[in-house]
Design a protein around this ligand. Structure first.
Ligand SMILES: [Zn+2]
Length: 306
């Protein structure tokens, strides 16, 4: 029979092995799942080009607020140093109309998670929503739907709102930004299979995984520039570069994602990115990507009246 010291050593080894294994499983494991998520870029482009009217001339961005997470919570295998998680909204502009991608969140919703809030940026987003021909959400989480939920003219926005069936069917995903029960009475959600031609140059790509209602937004500008808004499939572009999603601890135990599907989507996004020179990827919360696209003139800071 082992003496007390030996038993303690055995216990520590077992705890060490189990703890190390658990840490690996929660924070490091990114083994590839079976199965494939496919994006047919030829089909997406055909839908973007095949609608009547000119392609969009400009895309604008607002930075509403900023969270701060350890990088290791954002991308599997990264360090535990803190990084910015900015919350953005986008305005796609044609000469005579506009479309909003994501609506941010108001100051009340942001205050528990964020260190800053730009009321002017949020006010411009709110105003632009009421002037937009269409409003579309990459998904139904609070930092993307919140600007809609508490909009003082929610009823007036419904004709422009392209909330999908999956987004409407999963109000639990919206947390404190859950739409009031009566708000969507009589509202017909957008239903589509794989791709949806939303406007000249703009195509939705269904991509469940981060949430049931997640979708990407492909935009082709009149000058030929192609931008793919990933929503929160990737919070940071590093997830695409490494094809590593959020760690399992965050993905499955905090967010309740279909992590395997997110990983399949990351693999396909990387593939089309590698095979499509010039395609610009906008991750959900990557301030560095936004800064570079602003410097390159692809995104213009600040919404404007269309
Ligand atoms: Zn988000």
């Amino acid at each position: 029979m082992p003496n007390r010291t030996t038993r303690i050593i055995y216990a520590l080894i077992i705890i060490g092995l189990f703890g190390g294994g658990a840490f690996y499983w929660f924070f490091k494991d990114a083994r590839l799942p079976v199965g494939r998520f496919e994006i047919n870029m030829a089909a997406v482009r055909a839908l973007a080009d095949g609608q009547d009217g000119p392609l969009p001339s400009e895309i604008r961005v607002e930075r509403i607020t900023t969270f701060h997470f350890p990088f290791a919570a954002v991308v599997t295998g990264e360090s535990f140093s803190m990084i910015d998680i900015p919350v953005m909204t986008y305005q796609v502009l044609w000469p005579d109309r506009s479309l909003i991608i994501d609506t941010g969140m108001d100051q009340e919703m942001a205050k528990t998670m964020a260190t800053d809030f730009d009321p002017t940026a949020f006010a411009r987003t709110t105003k632009a929503m009421s002037q937009a021909e269409q409003i579309v959400l990459t998904h139904e989480h609070i930092d993307h739907i919140g600007g809609l939920t508490h909009n003082p003219d929610l009823t007036g926005l419904l004709p422009a709102l392209r909330l999908t069936r999956e987004q409407m069917d999963h109000p639990e995903q919206s947390g404190d930004a859950r739409l009031p029960k009566t708000a969507l009475e009589g509202f017909t959600p957008l239903a589509y299979d794989k791709y949806h031609a939303l406007a000249p140059g703009v195509v939705l790509i269904k991509a469940p995984g981060h949430t049931p209602g997640s979708q990407m937004v492909y935009v082709k500008r009149a000058d030929g520039a192609e931008i793919l808004f990933l929503g929160d499939i990737a919070w940071n572009i590093r997830s695409v570069e490494t094809t590593k999603p959020r760690p399992r601890f965050i993905s499955q135990f905090v967010l309740g994602e279909d992590r395997d599907n997110v990983m399949r989507e990351l693999i396909e996004i990387k593939r089309i990115s590698d095979e499509t020179p010039g395609l610009m990827l906008v991750a959900g919360h990557d301030g560095t990507v936004i800064r570079k696209l602003v410097e390159a003139g692809i995104l213009v800071p600040g919404f404007k009246a269309p």
